[in-house]
Write a protein that binds this ligand. Structure first.
Ligand SMILES: [Zn+2]
Length: 317
């Protein structure tokens, strides 16, 4: 498990919000930027107070990840933070940014995973990519090919933004079929947004992890379908594939601004899932499953020149 403060044993991860954002900036969300370190710190404190122990930030390259702030925020809050490399959909970037990366984002991804973000920042612990609505455009295919290459080089897991929860099979065909990524190195995100139980089941049968990361203000429309979707997967024997996240994408969705934010995942959201599914299963979704999904065999990664530079921190309760 590669956190912004160094590698930790997966068992030390604790209660994990498997898909969220402390920092995020996109031309698609003007005026809604998550760019305030003090608000991020307050949100982490609220998450910690609700019993949270780890946050996986799925903000990729070029979207204001706040990489320089993340180690301090992790240290001060006592919450493990995992950062991401990778690329989102083309619409989230200025064309010249993508042009610069045209020749091969794989090198960037590997460097951010093994050396550090921007060379001197914390190392990323996952690769984020994105599909489109029921399909994959040239940018998505190019980015996923680079992600597969970086995955092979480092062992890192690939987390996929599915547009409105769709296109899981197209992503699996490309990543695990054409590009030969092991299915258990793929996390399909936003499946909650498309409560298609047949697609969920097929993705689980393929061996991927399934992230249901819904309960923030921006993506509430299908929250009410979540318990039945998770129950169906668990009954089919796929309880070990499920991850839960908050996916706070706007300042207004933060708990410190009156929204549900990260604590909601562990309060109301968890409570209703406990009622529907039982506490043991929900605890597994929040602890053992993310510990397995985000673990990686970093030993096979290229030699890290900064090895020993990061301070290893004690696992938190
Ligand atoms: Zn997200």
């Amino acid at each position: 498990m590669r956190t912004v403060l160094g590698d930790i044993a997966p068992a030390g991860l604790g209660v994990c919000d498997a898909h969220d954002h402390l920092f995020l900036r996109s031309p698609q969300l003007p005026g809604q930027e998550l760019d305030d370190p003090e608000a991020a710190a307050a949100e982490l404190r609220a998450f910690r107070a609700a019993g949270g122990s780890a946050v996986i930030q799925w903000t990729p390259y070029g979207m204001g990840r706040g990489a320089a702030e993340l180690p301090r925020l992790a240290r001060e809050s006592g919450v493990h933070i995992v950062a991401a490399t990778g690329l989102h959909q083309a619409a989230h970037y200025a064309p010249e940014v993508l042009e610069r990366l045209r020749s091969g984002p794989a090198g960037l991804f590997v460097a951010e995973l093994t050396e550090g973000i921007g060379g001197t920042g914390p190392r990323a612990g996952m690769i984020k990519v994105a599909g489109g609505f029921h399909g994959l455009d040239a940018h998505a295919r190019h980015t996923m090919a680079a992600a597969a290459e970086a995955q092979r080089a480092t062992g890192a897991v690939i987390g996929v933004h599915l547009e409105l929860g769709t296109g899981a099979q197209a992503v699996l065909d490309l990543l695990c079929g054409e590009l030969a990524v092991p299915p258990d190195r793929v996390i399909l995100g936003h499946l909650n947004r498309s409560p298609d139980l047949v697609a969920h089941r097929a993705a689980a049968e393929a061996g991927a992890y399934l992230a249901f990361d819904g309960p923030s203000r921006a993506h509430h429309a299908t929250d009410w379908r979540l318990p039945e979707a998770l129950a169906a997967l668990a009954e089919a024997g796929f309880g070990d594939r499920i991850l839960l996240g908050g996916d706070t994408t706007t300042a207004g969705a933060r708990s410190v601004n009156g929204g549900p934010g990260m604590p909601h995942l562990l309060r109301r959201h968890r409570e209703r899932l406990d009622i529907a599914l039982g506490k043991d299963l929900v605890t597994q979704f929040l602890t053992a499953n993310p510990a397995r999904a985000f673990a990686a065999d970093w030993a096979r990664a290229p030699q890290d020149p900064h090895k020993g530079r990061e301070t290893r921190r004690a696992p938190t309760a």
